[in-house]
Write a protein that binds this ligand. Structure first.
Ligand SMILES: [Zn+2]
Length: 174
């Protein structure tokens, strides 16, 4: 792995590229199984974390930003993978101070979101999740996803037959 080649973070589900500062690195671990070495580390930080993870590892000089999804939670459902990954990618944007990129993208879709005014970072992350599902045309797909697999709050709503507008309305109208 050549650390010095990764000058841009590729956020796959959101389809956003973020230019990284010189000593910052972004790694998408993709789908990780139960035996993955990161699991014990993730559990230490957050015992509730089951679907996906976002980690910011801060060293004196370097910053590492890691994301990934639980293979188990995804269970082969592409829409769940998109949703979970986008959620974690949005956490990264949030931490990196780049939510403005997503705000602009959403504006192009006629959605005026002001992330500044949303206090809960999990809500901010779920908005990224809705956006990605819409961009990837997955809001209406996989609508028979096994409910047991859905533990990401209110994800169930996003995987039913809704447009982005409707999904946003439901999400905020909760
Ligand atoms: Zn989260």
């Amino acid at each position: 792995m050549n650390l010095f080649r990764k000058k841009k973070a590729k956020l796959e589900s959101l389809d956003i590229y973020v230019t990284l500062k010189r000593f910052d690195f972004y790694f998408d671990y993709g789908l990780i199984g139960e035996d993955h070495f990161l699991n014990s580390y993730i559990e230490e930080i957050d015992k509730q974390k089951k679907d996906g993870f976002f980690l910011h590892v801060k060293l004196p000089l370097f910053n590492f930003y890691l994301i990934g999804c639980s293979k188990n939670a995804v269970g082969g459902w592409k829409s769940l993978e998109t949703a979970i990954r986008a959620h974690e990618e949005t956490h990264f944007l949030d931490r990196y101070g780049k939510l403005g990129i997503l705000e602009k993208r959403m504006k192009n879709k006629g959605k005026n979101i002001s992330f500044h005014s949303i206090e809960d970072r999990e809500v901010r992350a779920n908005i990224g999740c809705l956006y990605a599902l819409d961009v990837q045309g997955r809001i209406c797909e996989d609508n028979e996803v096994d409910e047991d697999r859905i533990s990401l709050g209110s994800l169930r709503k996003f995987t039913q037959d809704y447009s982005l507008d409707e999904a946003m309305e439901i999400y905020f109208g909760r």
